[in-house]
Design a protein around this ligand. Sequence first.
Ligand SMILES: Nc1nc2c([nH]c(=O)n2[C@@H]2O[C@H](COP(=O)(O)OP(=O)(O)OP(=O)(O)O)[C@@H](O)[C@H]2O)c(=O)[nH]1
Ligand SMILES: [Mg+2]
Length: 132
Amino acid sequence: MKHLQVAVGIIRNASKEIFLAQRSASSHMANMWEFPGGKIEADESAAEALKRELLEETGIEVTAAEPFEIADHTYDDLRVTLHFFIVEGWNGEPYGREGQPMRWVPQAQLVAAEFPPANIPIVSRLLAEINR
Ligand SMILES: Nc1nc2c([nH]c(=O)n2[C@@H]2O[C@H](COP(=O)(O)OP(=O)(O)OP(=O)(O)O)[C@@H](O)[C@H]2O)c(=O)[nH]1
Ligand SMILES: [Mg+2]
């Protein structure tokens, strides 16, 4: 089975809102909401891939990112290892640079069912941490 290593950015502003983007209708996990990110290339670290993908997909230059969790998930025909980072420093203002719909959501109001199944434990952790 194909196995992808993926770098993912949980972009969080000072108001504890998180930037979400909608996956395209033609992609894996079509139309679901996601944290921006993408595949780690062979010559990259997870942090390097995060910087490249967030620039490509949201237009920001990441200046501060902390590893949050590494999550493994197997879909029907695809295995993914997701390297999640909390991103709290950047230059620019994130937007859907590839034309994808986007929105800011208060961390306490994230809805796990809007995300690909691999994200459910991460969304649960984000909800638990903000409600502590
Ligand atoms: N970016 C991102 N990908 C996720 C998340 N959760 C999750 O299961 N994935 C899966 O991770 C895989 C790779 O992510 P991606 O499609 O963003 O990769 P990419 O930007 O390099 O795609 P590309 O091939 O269109 O350039 C996809 O199968 C996607 O469904 C998430 O929160 N964010
Ligand atoms: Mg992507």
